[in-house]
Design a protein. Structure first.
Length: 692
């Protein structure tokens, strides 16, 4: 890196986006303007590089389309017409409306946020405190990972797994429902190192992704059938005796019941469900069972279907059968987030909730916000405050979402950097700071480092941070609790439990470098000697906790809600299974309005197999209408063998307003919960395709 000039300063920062890599960044500022942004070379996981999206982050910060002033709506909801107002008028209007609603029932006010920033300060602190003190409805933040997390925790007890920096120690790596070349670039570096050392990489994904193309083997199960594949692998491991019996005896619970459960789940049973050859399933299981040092790197792709929670649970059982957990960098990895001793009570302060006897707390599921806003409730939602989120673009069954936000009696506040589809429905639209303009602190779910974020530049225009807005609203509502007025620095300082040994030396490391590794041994293997975080302390093949919830306590097969085998009547009308994984240049709906990336993506696409294309008269580049009973959207045909017959893929998430016809792929996705965790079923969807 070239030396800075005397007029330049360098500021340590953290990438705020919903990605396992949580990169440490270095921002160069000259005369108050950020002029360069780079990955921190001294942070081992970031290793001096940023993904293509964040490497161009300054284009986002200084975009001419940034929202820079508060505004109020002057047209119909959804038109996106606003006029500029002062911050005083905006805050007074919001406070007056919240005061009026809260006098009757504060639960009629709903906060709506997710991972527009992953920061503990701007995403999980004063916002929670403010809405707790207000007595507003609680938000179940389910839209990404709750199904898989539920299944994982029922099996191993916490969001812990193999150390990603030790993945090069593995001899066989199954990349299952993940595309790390696109969505975990820095983790992919360690998987590549394993391959250079002789490891064999197998990708399990319905689509031949960029990652699959770089692996030794690609298996393409039908969407929503990963659970059946994992059950069949367990059957082969047990039938062939490819087990670490000592590990099973000491560190697992319920093996005998599991063996009975999977006895009939042979590869021949799984083959018609998964669309894979029985011999391919058997061969994979035997290779896995014979590889003492194996790693399963799974991500949340397989949890976005009707049986998503059970699918993740089934996969999580595999390394305990083979004893792979014994070895550094081996076992399985879904998330590292359980390593971070976040003090949730101190950050969110649920004790601020005012009167639980008069207004018992209620929780509303963000994934089904269309139903929440349109269906009768007691009380109905009368105000919604959206920040760090874009539900009109991202939530399923988007026609109902749009109809809910279009309610004239719904008071809608949106705090945003850009005028998203959701912002078009705002009554009050507030300008938000970017990561370079506020203070934050970040944990990760793909590595064991904490990353600090210092403001590098002053807020542009009149933009304000989340914490600044909630302090101002608390003041206008006359709230006295000191916790509502804490500084960002004070919040960051108290974000982790100080008495936890994992944060030893953390503050000093952050001060010196802007990042610090948790006090975990290099290459730590969390379950090498058992120590699972379940009630029994063992890997629970049989989960009493699931039984208590009324769920199957053993690994099981939960078919897709929408597939030709599981729903033949629906499949006769809509025979194609649609998946909508992230487009390479987008991250959820973030970056999906940036000119550079829109040009690279070239518009919404639908990947379709040549056999399915010929049957429908579809040719390369043709405008297509993708539809079912819920709605439709338009995309251009990409005829490719990267998807198998019967499966189509539309990389997402596009802003609807930037799509022909004004709808994106979520127009056809059902608002249906997963088997556990209340998550959405984005990848459990049947459609038909025709020339538009």
């Amino acid at each position: 890196m070239p030396p800075s000039t005397p007029s330049e300063v360098r500021v340590r920062a953290a990438c705020p986006h919903d990605c396992p890599d949580t990169c440490a960044m270095e921002v160069t500022v000259a005369d108050g303007r950020a002029v360069r942004i780079r990955g921190a070379a001294d942070m081992p996981f970031t290793n001096g590089t940023l993904c293509t999206k964040v490497a161009h982050y300054l284009e986002r910060v200084y975009s001419e389309r940034r929202l820079l002033h508060p505004m109020k709506r002057v047209g119909r909801k959804g038109e996106g017409r606003f006029e500029r107002i002062s911050w005083d008028e905006a805050l007074d209007t919001i406070a007056a409306k919240y005061r009026e609603i809260a006098a009757e029932d504060p639960r009629a006010i709903l906060p709506y946020s997710y991972c527009g920033t992953m920061g503990l300060v701007q995403g999980e602190s004063l916002d929670r405190r403010f809405f707790h003190r207000l007595g507003a409805s609680l938000l179940e933040r389910t839209i990404c990972a709750t199904a898989g997390a539920h299944g994982w925790k029922a099996t191993v007890g916490a969001m812990l797994g193999a150390d990603p920096e030790a993945a090069s120690e593995a001899g066989l790596i199954l990349i299952w429902g993940a595309n790390p070349v696109v969505s975990n670039l820095h983790g992919w570096r360690h998987l590549q190192e394993a391959k250079r050392r002789g490891a064999r990489l197998v990708c399990i994904d319905p689509r031949r992704t960029d990652t699959a193309k770089k692996c030794d083997l690609h298996l393409a199960p039908l969407p929503g059938t990963d659970g059946a594949l994992a059950l069949a692998m367990m059957q082969v491991l047990i039938a062939e005796g490819l087990l670490d019996r000592e590990y099973i005896a000491r560190h697992t619970l319920g093996f005998d019941a599991l063996a009975v459960r999977v006895r009939a789940c042979t590869p021949e049973w799984a083959a018609p469900l998964t669309g894979l050859a029985a011999e391919a399933i058997r061969s994979l299981a035997i290779e896995y069972g014979r590889s003492a040092r194996s790693l399963i790197r799974l991500n949340y792709g397989l949890n976005r279907c009707a049986g998503g929670g059970m699918a993740v649970r089934n996969v999580a059982c595999l390394p305990a059968l083979t004893g792979a957990w014994r070895h550094p960098g081996c076992g399985a990895l879904l998330s590292t987030s359980g390593n971070f001793p976040v003090d949730v009570q101190a950050l969110a302060r649920p004790d601020l909730y005012p009167d639980a006897r008069r207004f018992p707390p209620r929780a509303l599921n963000m994934s089904f916000i269309g139903d929440v806003l349109l269906d009768s409730r007691d009380p109905p939602v009368r105000a919604i405050h959206v920040y760090n989120a874009n539900p009109v673009a991202v939530a399923p069954d988007s026609r109902r979402v749009r109809a809910g936000f279009a309610r004239e009696d719904l008071f809608c506040v949106v705090h945003e950097q850009f005028q998203t589809d959701t912002a078009d429905y705002a009554d009050i639209l507030l300008p938000a700071t970017s990561q370079l303009e506020h203070r934050d602190l970040h944990k990760a779910y793909g590595h064991p480092y904490v990353v600090d974020n210092r403001p590098a530049i002053a807020p542009l225009g009149e933009a304000r941070s989340n914490t600044a807005v909630f302090r101002a609203l608390a003041r206008r509502l006359g709230f006295a609790a000191a916790a509502l007025y804490e500084s960002d620095d004070a919040i960051a300082a108290a974000a982790f439990r100080a008495d936890d040994p994992r944060v030893a030396g953390l503050a000093e490391g952050l001060q010196a470098r802007g990042w610090a590794r948790l006090a975990l041994p290099a290459g730590h293997a969390p379950f090498a000697d058992g120590g699972f975080r379940t009630p029994s302390g063992k890997c629970e093949f049989f989960s009493a906790a699931l039984a208590h919830e009324g769920l199957d306590p053993l690994p099981a097969w939960h078919p897709p809600a929408e597939s030709v085998p599981s729903n033949p009547a629906l499949g006769a009308r809509y025979p194609l299974a649609l998946i909508t994984p992230p487009a390479r240049n987008f991250l959820n709906s973030t970056f999906a309005n940036q000119a550079r990336f829109l040009a690279d993506e070239g518009g919404p696409k639908l990947e379709i197999h040549p056999e399915d294309a010929v049957a429908r008269g579809v040719v390369e580049g043709m405008r297509l209408r993708i539809h079912n009973d819920r709605g439709d959207f338009i995309a251009r045909a990409v005829v490719t063998t990267d998807v198998r017959p019967g499966v189509v893929c539309s990389p997402s998430v596009w802003w609807p307003k930037l799509c022909e016809g004004g709808h994106n792929a979520n127009a056809v996705i059902a608002a249906r919960p997963t088997d556990m965790g209340g998550g959405p079923t984005f990848y459990d969807c049947l459609v038909e395709v025709e020339p538009a």
